[in-house]
Design a protein around this ligand. Sequence first.
Ligand code: FAD
Length: 430
Amino acid sequence: MSQQEKAKKEHHKILILGGGTAGIITASLLRRAGQSDIAIVEPSARHFYQPLWTLVGAGAVAQASTGREEARYIPEGVRWIRERVAEVAPEQQRVTTQSGAQIGYDFLVVAVGAQLNWDAIPGLQEAIRKGNASTNYDYDLAPKTWELIRKFQGGTALFHMPGTPIKCPGAPQKIMYLAADYFRRIGIGRQARVVYGSALPAIYGAKEYAAVLERVVERYGIDARFQHELVEIRAEKNEAVFQLKSVPEKQQVTIPYDLLHVVPPQSAPEFIRKSPLADPAKPQEGWVAVDKQTLQHVKYANVFALGDVGNTPNAKTGAAVARQAPVVAANLLAVLAGREPQARYDGYIACPIITGYGKMLLCELDYTGKPAPKIPAINTFRERYDMWLLKKYGLPWLYWNVLLRGRNVPFLYEDHPGQAAIGKEEFAVR
Ligand SMILES: Cc1cc2nc3c(=O)[nH]c(=O)nc-3n(C[C@H](O)[C@H](O)[C@H](O)COP(=O)(O)OP(=O)(O)OC[C@H]3O[C@@H](n4cnc5c(N)ncnc54)[C@H](O)[C@@H]3O)c2cc1C
């Protein structure tokens, strides 16, 4: 029987859509908890550790080192269906893949991440194709960012930050600080005008971290423009057009650039956005509507979502996924056993903001909006060299060897309700 014919007849107790960060961690945890009928639908043969793309864009890490074979990380005993999901029908408890295969499920975990919408800003694609615009949000383009920074001779280097939810909202400013640092190191700091065009009202939401980052902006002499929403790129003229959000009359500002780092606007993947799982309050974004603490779908009790595709109000980061996955695993097992979901995601995120080569500020928050530092003994409220080492070497190691394998991360899971709910032994390092 061919893979497609087999898939046509398939049904799984637990079906996970997406084998990225969230899909693999959740599958590993459920497998460790003794579940035997799990399948992951994931079309990509490569698994990427996206947080390193920032350092690829800064010439500090090799592009190829950020991806590994997906097959190495599908947990043993879990079936990998190498297909792309085209439709989800929660009433029928069924998904349809692009090849037309149908897969039934008892429980569904949606972990398909965020979709990059290249058409959402007129001129964006042309600007990227044309030459001096790039983005670290794409594996293939991150090396181009470094090429542009390396070859920059002076003029305006413009860094864009959109107002709608994106994965790693810190990434647009990280590459800006790295570029500004690089320009100084090679002696063209005075010829470089670094501009931050952000649709948000401030450099960072939490004031404790904003205060540190404001000093970084000042140190580099960055011209930070807030409430600036990018609405068009005139690629042929190297101009970015921003709509001012702070003035009542619709005033626009045009900024000519010699280098542009742009962030493609993001939404849930199209098949989710159009499905009954999407949050009806924000149809343009279409994130899956889940309870922000239990991560259970607000309407379908047998559906959970986590990671970038969920509509939870935290910053979309891998660190959030690490904290969410045990909650989803615990609550799915509870519902499977006929109990109420007990585990609660507290909104924890960690955003490692690189502020220069060898410097990093680790911003940690939860739903209270207040700093929630988890690393014991050191002061993380300042730029640190050890945090840079953590970002460049420590976190990638932790990702590939511990998190994706569903192993225990003491400072992340120690006080975690998900851990208690599943049972401590399920998180023990094996
Ligand atoms: C430049 C950059 C820097 C970042 N820096 C950091 C950082 O410093 N710290 C941090 O914590 N986070 C960072 N992140 C964010 C982090 O990578 C994401 O939050 C994390 O990967 C989210 O995991 P996910 O599983 O939800 O999505 P992903 O890891 O993107 O996985 C989604 C998976 O779904 C699959 N998929 C998509 N559509 C379908 C479909 N139709 N059918 C089946 N499968 C599908 C994809 O192939 C993919 O494998 C960064 C991201 C970027 C781009």
